[in-house]
Design a protein around this ligand. Structure first.
Ligand code: FES
Length: 108
């Protein structure tokens, strides 16, 4: 079963911006990279630091804590599959954007 989180206009980041969304007990970091939205858990799989404030280069986010870099599209550590941050697809219905949560990924 999947659940969706509707994003209000204020939760949509501007082009090349980012917004932290708290919903369904999750902290999600929403990035807009060249008008494509990417959503990941705001928790680094290394030691749990926030990724929302990390350094963004293209669609690669670098964790501020120890510098690991993750591809926003796959969630994978760059050039590796050793670590992965959960990432979530975004669906649109007209102008309304939804984050799609897969219940298998630890939701309640
Ligand atoms: S907590 Fe992110 S790199 Fe260590």
């Amino acid at each position: 079963m999947t659940r969706r989180i509707a994003l209000a206009a204020s939760q949509l980041p501007e082009r090349n911006g980012r917004v932290l969304v708290e919903s369904h007990g999750k902290s999600l970091a929403v990035f807009n990279v060249a008008d494509t939205l990417y959503v990941i858990d705001d928790s680094c799989p290394h030691q749990g630091a926030s990724l929302c404030g990390g350094r963004l280069e293209g669609r690669v986010i670098q964790c501020c804590a120890h510098g690991l870099r993750f591809d926003l599209a796959s969630g994978n550590l760059l050039n590796s599959t050793a670590l992965k941050v959960n990432c979530y697809p975004v669906e649109f219905e007209g102008q309304q954007a939804f984050i799609v949560l897969n219940d298998e990924e630890g939701g309640q």
